[in-house]
Design a protein around this ligand. Structure first.
Ligand code: ZN
Length: 496
């Protein structure tokens, strides 16, 4: 039995050991489980605490928002309101320095933010305007509770100084200050003379086409439907009435829009900065002295087949001497080697147009060739003369629907052919112009590659002036007579 007992003992011992192990493992599992549970509970507590804190925070922020008021009661609160409002409503593009003044008052409190002033004249002019606004807006029954003015002046490398003065008035509406009125004024000066100039003495007429393209995208992206007025697109077309308020900085042209135009009334006066890489090619290399009187007769002289400095140089000199301008339709393949007269022409305010790369009959070309003739020529003119043509003249006046569509520019024909290419005679060319009864609105066809035409130009320019005609570029003629810059795909023969 010993063996049996022993065996039993061994068996029992084994059993005990196994049980002990099982109990131990069970305990271990339980402790682990407990630990996990405790951890889980602890985590839950932390999460709950965080949640409670977050909820309390949100509630506080929400309450603060509801309870917050930007209606000010003292100087410090006015200053806070003014700084926030300047951040939201100032239209002046950034300047190197800005000075701020705050005037708290029981009547109208006002603050002024001044950007850089360029020179003495600009400074006194802007100071005067600011004083004027303060005088008018702080007195009388209708004076608002707050008036904020921001103003700045900018100088561009072509000699243009542009200024902007902007003000916004506010009245309390419940706990918040609401815009009562907003106005923006701009002015342009020639730095050399200190005289005020018109926008078209600084930019060529096609700047509005670029501005329109940009504005359509800008306003639909930047503002939502609630902010935009219902007919906002009407205020961003290239018509006479739009894009007339702007300043030119070293990076952009900033356009300003009146309250209640692009945006709904009470949204203030929005500003839109168009980068110079997009619109810079429409800035004139120098401020034009010439001013166009839209009520006086105007004629557009045009010269094809250049550039050709030998004879065209004489034409450009005559234009400069007489304070006149013309439009030159260029062949792209001539531009790289001979653009001296072209660069000078741009400088005095002339327009450059596209006359194809090498004078083919465009209407007989494949689509691909039409596009190449036009785009190569535009590119080489831009490269060597710094301007982007927007008008084209198909060689021999040969165009069809395909040419119109693929050229993608305004197609300029003529209403007076001097036949200078046929006669090659200065007197005959002069006669062709002088014998035309009424030149107002006419587009005159000549060629800049003949000495006889250069000679005729020297005679015809003083005669035009004596007879009350002002010379304009083709784009200017179209702009002044139709109210819009040249439209791509459209044909212009006579512009009356
Ligand atoms: Zn030609």
């Amino acid at each position: 039995m010993t063996n049996g007992t022993d065996l039993n003992n061994i068996f029992d011992n084994n059993l005990d050991e196994r049980m002990a192990q099982a109990i131990h493992e069970d305990r271990k599992r339980r402790t682990q489980r407990d630990r996990r549970r405790r951890k889980k509970a602890a985590r839950r507590k932390v999460a709950l605490a965080i949640f409670a804190l977050a909820a309390a925070f949100c509630l506080c922020v929400g309450l603060a928002k509801i309870l917050h008021s930007d209606v000010f009661d003292d100087e410090k609160e006015f200053q806070e309101f003014a700084d926030d409002a300047f951040a939201a409503q100032s239209v002046c593009p950034e300047t190197d320095t800005d000075q701020r003044e705050y005037h708290f008052s029981e009547g109208t409190s006002y603050a002024v933010m001044r950007g850089d002033w360029i020179n003495g004249d600009t400074k006194s002019l802007l100071d005067e305007k600011i004083d004027d606004i303060i005088k008018k807006q702080t007195k009388g029954k209708d004076a608002a509770m707050a008036l904020l003015i921001d103003a700045a002046a900018y100088e561009y490398e072509n000699g243009t100084i542009s200024t902007v003065v902007h003000y916004t008035t506010y009245n309390p509406d419940g706990r918040h200050m609401k815009i009562a009125d907003a106005q923006v004024q701009t002015n342009l000066f020639d730095k050399a003379t200190g005289k005020g100039v018109d926008s078209l003495q600084v930019l060529n007429v096609n700047y509005k086409t670029k501005a329109q393209e940009y504005a359509e995208k800008y306003f639909s992206k930047t503002y939502n439907k609630k902010q935009r007025s219902e007919d906002w697109e009407r205020f961003v077309t290239s018509d006479d009435t739009n894009f007339n308020k702007f300043v030119i900085t070293k990076d952009e042209i900033a356009f300003f829009f009146d309250d209640g135009t692009v945006l709904k009334e009470g949204e203030g006066t929005p500003a839109m900065g168009v980068p110079l890489r997009i619109i810079g090619s429409t800035i004139r290399p120098a401020v034009l002295e010439r001013y166009i009187d839209k009520n006086k007769p105007m004629v557009a002289l045009t010269y094809d087949d250049g550039p050709y400095s030998k004879t065209e140089g004489k034409i450009v000199d005559a234009l400069a001497k007489n304070g006149c301008v013309a439009t030159f339709f260029y062949l792209g393949n001539r531009v790289k080697d001979d653009h001296k007269s072209a660069v000078k022409a741009v400088k005095i305010g002339c327009e450059l147009g596209n006359h194809s790369w090498n004078h083919p009959v465009m209407s007989q070309l494949e689509t691909k060739e039409i596009i190449s003739q036009i785009s190569k020529t535009n590119a080489v003119i831009y490269k060597y003369c710094g301007v982007e043509p927007v008008v084209a003249r198909a060689p021999y006046g040969e165009y069809n629907d395909k040419v119109l569509k693929r050229t993608g520019m305004a197609q300029i024909m003529w209403s007076l052919d001097t036949e200078d290419w046929k006669t090659r005679d200065a007197d005959a060319t002069v006669k062709a112009i002088k014998n035309t009864k009424n030149l107002d609105g006419k587009i005159v066809l000549m060629h800049s590659i003949y000495d006889s035409t250069a000679e005729a130009t020297e005679t015809i320019l003083p005669w035009l002036k004596e007879n009350g005609y002002q010379t304009v570029t083709v784009s200017e003629l179209i702009k002044y007579r139709t109210g819009k810059p040249p439209q791509p795909g459209k044909v212009y023969k006579k512009v009356k």
